[in-house]
Design a protein around this ligand. Sequence first.
Ligand code: NAP
Length: 281
Amino acid sequence: MQKRRFGAAQADVSVIGQGTWYIEQADRLVAIAALRRGVELGLNHIDTAEMYGAGAAETIVGEAIRDVRDDVFLVSKVLPTNASKAGTRRACEASLKRLKTDRLDCYLLHWRGQHPLAETFAAFEELKREGKILSWGVSNFDEEDLAEALTIAGKGRIACNQVLYHLGERAIEHAVIPWCEQHDVAVVAYSPFGHAGFPARNSKGGYVLADVAKAKGLSLHQVALAFLTRKASVFAIPKAARLSHVEENAKASAVTLSDADIARLEEAFPLGVKPRGLPMI
Ligand code: NAP
């Protein structure tokens, strides 16, 4: 499994990770087995959040990693409504309890809300000093939010920015990825399969995707993951509650696309003009 340095976290993290949004809706034992298989295959990055299933996803993750905790780079997120100084601490402690662990490898602000960033970041730094989190980052931040965050936090503090990135939504390529690369902030692509909107085989883009996949003996989803993680700054966290999906996704980390394949995919799934706000779901 290919691993890369994860920004300020200074940890080696799998290029392909495991998301957990809606994982509580799958058969519990199957979902746990899928997460465990992923860890076994080296998908050490597990992404969850207090929001997912109102804590139910964290409980499943806690059960899945109970005896393999040290093999996992565990990420959770505080909801913006809880992100006051005291609220962040309470939320973190509740997440740790559900996850049955004493620390998070990275703790994120899920998206910007009404609480001042300075308060949330002060709580993150305090939790870090206490060893309850080993690093922290943000999510759904555009380049202006990132610049503000950097001014508040200082250099070398923000480990990652988790953002929407899939074949049909490449907006972060305009300014967010360049900013993150310049400031050593890892980019984590969420909903890499478009959440529930993966390109249909018979669509214009789907045809090119299928063609590239066929020539390489890969699945369409593996090509999509290889495309999204073609830059060294980008990680992807597909959610897969099925064993076969996890196994397929794990193999994508070994795929390198040729410049010609990348050019064809870039054309088939155009970047488009820079939108006003950062797209998110
Ligand atoms: P996604 O990963 O784009 O897509 C998940 C869907 O793809 C599931 O239906 C899954 O099926 C299917 N799938 C997985 N591997 C597959 C494969 N190899 N072949 C075919 N289908 C496959 O959607 P997502 O859950 O929205 O995004 C991933 C993660 O990003 C989330 O789980 C969450 O951790 C994170 N996220 C973060 C934010 C944020 O605001 N920070 C927002 C959205 C998501 P099965 O489950 O049945 O295997």
